[in-house]
Design a protein around this ligand. Sequence first.
Ligand code: AMP
Ligand code: MG
Length: 287
Amino acid sequence: MARPVGDLLRVRPGSGPVSLVDVDPRSTPGHDGGKTAAREAVAEVGERLAELQKQLYAEGRTGGHRRLLVVLQGMDTSGKGGAIKHVAGLMNPAGLRIHGFGKPTEQELSHDFLWRFDRDLPAPGYLGMFDRSHYEDVLVVRVHDLVPPQEWQTRYDRINAWECELAEQGVTMLKVMLHLSPGEQRERLLARLDDPTKHWKFNPGDVDERRHWHAYSSAYETVLERCSTDVAPWHVLPADRKWYRSWGLAHLLLETLCGLDLQWPRPELDVEALRAALADRAEGDAA
Ligand code: AMP
Ligand code: MG
């Protein structure tokens, strides 16, 4: 049996300092078949994802508390949106709750940093996806000194405590960092400039952000070291190859859903009596 992709990409809780330079963003752990095979595999995995997501939804509709939250982090152009499009797109959108988090509004800033994420958690039975997350509050916030260090330094423990509470409430978290190289980011930004239909998503500020690459990498390394826990571990997904990124996320999601051991709910239905009632009704309709 192939090793689970989660095992290959997981940051072992408590294993000490993490070094992102040790992970090649062009590597494809767990997949050695190239682009076409990866795309075919994603389509196949998609059918199983759709079935499992339906079971999760069914469980939620019949009193279950469990839900799944996928947390996606990564530098600009790392493909968070593309991953959502390719992987979430394989399931029934009615059971999904997708939220992107940008710069907080005045109202959001007047609350604790976790407030807006708590507000947008998936309800029981739903599969939520966060495109950026509470981790920005120890990433962009740390890199740009948006709050004093005494404040952001307390947030790692607060995040761990919050995620622990969520786990107790039935939230399974799949945390994935899309690991991009600065060279690939440059290519993707240039490609956006070459395509007028992509200019709308070109933020000139993203070019300046490249100067902070090293600071972002360090901030990510701290997150991976301090916030990869047993209840909510982090995964580092190499993201320079878009097809591998989708393959990896689809497999991580499949493994996570399989880990829930979902079953179809078995409500008490007197199937025979209901069949008989329907037969009577049919006769009545015909009369
Ligand atoms: P995008 O993902 O391209 O739509 O960009 C969202 C932007 O919002 C990114 O530049 C993030 O760094 C920024 N952002 C997200 N969370 C925060 C936060 N807590 N404080 C400041 N900026 C944030
Ligand atoms: Mg952006």
